[in-house]
Design a protein around this ligand. Structure first.
Ligand code: GLN
Length: 531
């Protein structure tokens, strides 16, 4: 089968959940036995979101091959279990950089470089890049932003051209918003009509419309949209608010979205897949009503800032027949005097990743409390580094122990800067990024949890456990149970005496998916609920 392209665009407003819709389409096609990939094209000029504040952009997701990307790639991986790469995430910045590099190299000698055709050609090449390396039946391309944005115009032109070149092998799925006006008691389709008009003015006729709505839409409304927007009635579906994002694929399947896509792309529509494992998960999710209270100690009071950690905990709770109740605790507000009150009622605590000085002291106070009160604790990246620092200060007796990141003059730099990081001057894309191997110590808890000798996990950091202190830590009860086989860097610490006290230098949350929840999160929750 020749590769088919699905372009997912959004109109009216942002935050409609294009990423979830793209991931759901991917999941449904996969369930029919097709090989798929999903990629995100973002119109902003940053090369990657790596240097963006999480308040701007939510969490930064990291691919196995070390690309810092948009958090939607996390949805793609959690829904479909595929492994994305740097080719699955492209920004305007990368497009322009590639074109300018070619210009300097002399590849376009004699010509004027223009948005059309040079930028649009580069976008088209990137859209086709994944399928050029490996065969995919379907390539789903999500375009970030909202149509009509100045930044997204070159992407729209590229899609227009590709649809013209590819004929039946490419379609556009457009996601819009249908608001409900309470005072009038009416749902309004006008914004959708305008959005489709705008798309049409760019030469793109949507094949499928997905209407985001808070209230169930009657067939008459869908029909009206279909006729005004020139779309087949069966190709207008609605995406209502649902209790869980994981119900979206089933909701889409119930409206035959996948069948319509396949038919529009000129393929034979086979029988509807049962989605058995997915439905089993949803059933478990519905049946799990008892709650487990877990604290997230971090500095970003924004759901999306710790997206993958939150989802990993949600999934781990469900597989333990529980509903995760996640409580964000701003570490900037934690002091020695109020830590007990701040952590009250929490059955387990995650110390979140992060950068910089802000909120560090509160994290250390929180760890001191959970360690001395034997509350299950999971430190991730910066969280692990803080676990190491708290131990140095309060057990090893080095009151000034710190990370070189926060205090470059500390005499006890238990967290040190890596040798190859010392000469780094550019901030973007220069951390230790992507998957690295890690050997697990025989007899350790983590070895039992993974049931494997060697694992691979994704990293995103500059600083490391300082091996000069390793023996001292081990003598005093904190074990370095995960080591990188090439560099000997410490990747996991644990205190075996405690119920669950583990710090990982890597980010396990990036590789937890709906059908394959991560073993560390599973075991963390299992221990908390006392199973
Ligand atoms: N700031 C720390 C470092 O760079 C930890 C980074 C993180 O938590 N992702 O090493």
């Amino acid at each position: 089968m020749v590769t088919k392209y699905i372009f997912v665009t959004g109109g009216v407003v942002s935050s409609l959940g294009k990423g979830i819709i793209s991931a759901s389409i991917g999941k449904l096609l996969q369930a029919r036995g097709y090989k798929i990939t999903i990629q995100k094209f973002d119109p902003y000029i940053n090369i990657d979101p790596g240097t963006l504040n999480p308040y701007e952009h939510g969490e930064c997701y990291v691919t196995v091959d070390g690309m810092e990307t948009d958090l939607d790639l996390g949805h793609y991986e959690r829904f479909t279990g595929i492994r994305t790469t740097r080719e699955n995430s492209v920004t305007t910045g990368r497009i322009y950089q590639a074109v300018i590099d070619k210009e300097r190299h002399g590849d376009y000698l004699g010509r004027t470089i223009q948005v059309v055709p040079h930028i649009t050609d580069e976008i088209k090449a990137r859209i086709k890049a994944n399928a050029a390396r490996e065969h995919f039946d379907f390539v789903i391309t999500e375009i970030g932003g909202t149509i009509g944005d100045i930044e997204s115009a070159p992407f729209m032109e590229a899609i227009r051209q590709l649809r013209w070149e590819m004929g039946r092998n490419a379609i556009n799925v457009h996601l819009t918003y249908v608001p409900y006006l309470r005072a009038a008691g009416e749902t309004k389709t006008k914004p959708t009509q305008h959005s489709v008009k705008e798309l049409q003015s760019m030469g793109i006729q949507p094949d499928i419309l997905i209407l985001r709505t808070e209230k169930h839409l009657e067939p008459a409304i869908l029909n009206k949209v279909a006729s005004f927007c020139n779309v087949e009635p069966s190709c207008v579906v609605q995406s209502e608010d649902l209790p869980s994002i994981y119900e979206v694929p089933i909701n889409m399947q119930n409206q035959d979205l996948d069948a319509s896509i396949i038919r529009k792309l000129g393929e034979e529509v086979g029988p509807k897949p049962e989605m058995k494992p997915w439905r089993t998960f949803l059933k478990l999710q519905k049946e799990s009503t008892e709650e487990v209270h877990i604290g997230l100690v971090g500095k970003y009071d924004l759901q999306d800032a710790y997206k993958s950690i939150r989802e990993s905990l949600n999934l781990a709770a469900i597989y333990n027949h529980r509903q995760a109740r996640l409580h964000f605790i701003n570490s900037e507000n934690i002091t020695a005097a109020n830590v007990e009150e701040q952590l009250q009622g929490l059955e387990g605590v995650v110390i979140c990743p992060g950068f910089g000085q802000r909120g560090i002291d509160g994290k250390i106070e929180a760890i001191h409390y959970t360690r001395t009160h034997n509350i299950p604790t999971f430190g991730i990246c910066l969280g692990m580094q803080m676990i190491v620092i708290e131990f140095a200060r309060n057990v090893l007796g080095y009151a000034d122990a710190h990370s070189m990141e926060m205090d470059p003059n500390t005499r006890h730099n238990v967290i040190d800067i890596m040798e190859d990081q010392k000469s780094v001057t550019d901030m973007g894309g220069t951390m230790r990024l992507g998957a690295y191997r890690c050997d697990l110590r025989e007899g350790s808890r983590v070895r039992a949890i993974y049931g494997q000798e060697r694992i691979e996990e994704r990293h995103r950091h500059r600083y490391e456990f300082n091996n000069a202190y390793r023996a001292e830590y081990e003598k005093n009860g904190m074990q370095c149970v995960g080591l990188n086989p090439e560099s000997d860097l410490v990747e996991i610490v644990e205190i075996p005496e405690l119920r669950w006290f583990v710090g990982t230098q890597f980010h396990p949350e990036y590789s937890s998916s709906v059908l394959n929840p991560h073993p560390l999160f599973l075991d963390f929750v299992r221990t908390i609920i006392g199973k």
